[in-house]
Ligand binder design. Structure first.
Ligand code: SF4
Length: 341
């Protein structure tokens, strides 16, 4: 039985039409679920008993569970237990522009990025759309506030779970649904080109972020195995097409790893690589973990790298750090409940 929180408005409309009812019934249900946040069918006052019965027979209304929560001043990390006993994590961050959440899209990840704590657990399975949606609903319930920005950058490669990602985006972006604006939703990929192609056809207003982390194939092959399948040239070519089609600015994520990808030469090479794209580079100070040998670049080197990009007229920022105390920083999410620590 499908979970109701993974059903798009269109699919629910089709469901009611197939069951000889009116299409607008789907909007009524969506308004209860996502506007009024009433999840109990018995409390949906203007829905008839027949409809309630029909929904009960066809959809599961249950939730995943918040297993634990760790907090630091501007960040909260949530560990969720899924119904099959697997675990995933999400991170909530308070910014001056709103509240953002970084959600997971898979249990584990097969992409094998060498610096990534999240990917140490190989992919167990894809998350279903409802399991991604419920991360948002449960966290909003916990903080009693609405989330303004969503980033799919937690555990997993979202384009390796495209169908569920697609439904998730439709549900959270729907104005009868959770209603988060397209410009406030970002999907981050390590560079799965078939996924980027589908994404630019399906969603031309949602933000795209690329985990680049290297200015050439020699370095990228060493730290990101996906580069041996889709190399940098192919990646840049598809991004040029993406830019032409969507007119959107692309974000590049670049984790600063000492003596790996942080030299001044790397900065010059990176500037040349992206100079023809409308893009923005986010330099991320690496979060060292006890399980992985990479070191964080020295502050002075991060600043030098930043200056070189700036001098070459590249839009660049150094990411504000969140959540180091609670292991919630970028690349630190992990399923440590599963004995991976
Ligand atoms: S960085 Fe992202 S794509 Fe790479 S292993 Fe980690 S979770 Fe997977």
């Amino acid at each position: 039985m499908k979970n109701i929180f993974g059903i798009t408005l269109k699919d629910l409309e089709d469901f009611f039409i197939e069951n000889k009812d009116k299409k607008f019934r789907a909007t009524q249900i969506f308004e209860f679920l996502y506007k009024k946040r009433i999840f109990d069918l018995d409390k949906m006052t203007n829905i008839g008993n027949n409809n309630k019965e029909l929904l009960r027979e066809n959809f599961d209304f249950s939730f995943i569970k918040i297993k634990s929560k760790q907090e630091d001043k501007d960040v909260k990390k949530y560990l969720f237990e899924l119904k099959d006993g697997n675990f995933i994590e999400s991170v909530l961050m308070y910014h001056d522009y709103g509240i953002s959440i970084c959600v997971s899209s898979q249990v584990g990840c097969n992409m094998g990025c060498k610096f990534c704590e999240s990917g140490r657990l190989k992919k167990v399975r894809n998350l279903e759309a409802y399991e991604i949606v419920e991360q948002i609903l449960l966290i909003e319930k916990d903080i009693k506030e609405r989330i303004s920005h969503v980033v799919v950058m937690g555990i997993g490669e979202p384009f390796d779970n495209y169908e569920n990602l697609k439904d998730f985006i439709k549900i959270i972006n729907c104005n009868k649904g959770i209603d988060i604006g397209a410009r406030h939703i970002t999907i981050s990929t390590c560079g799965l080109i078939p996924g980027i192609k589908r994404f630019m056809e399906d969603f031309n207003e949602i933000n795209l972020a690329i985990s680049l982390h290297a200015p050439n194939d020699t370095i990228r092959n060493k730290i990101m195995p996906i580069n041996k399948v889709y190399n940098i040239k192919e990646l840049i070519n598809i991004l040029k097409e993406y830019e032409k089609k969507t007119k959107r600015r692309i974000t590049f994520e670049y984790i600063m790893l000492e003596n790996i990808n942080d030299s001044n030469e790397c900065a010059i090479e990176l500037a040349k690589l992206v100079k023809d794209l409308n893009c923005y580079i986010n330099l991320i100070p690496y979060n060292e973990t006890e399980n992985i040998e990479f070191k964080r670049s020295k502050k002075v080197q991060i600043l030098s790298f930043y200056d070189i990009l700036k001098k070459n007229n590249i839009n660049v920022t150094i990411r504000k750090e969140f959540g180091r105390k609670v292991d919630a920083a970028c690349g630190q999410l992990r399923a440590n409940q599963m004995g991976r620590k």
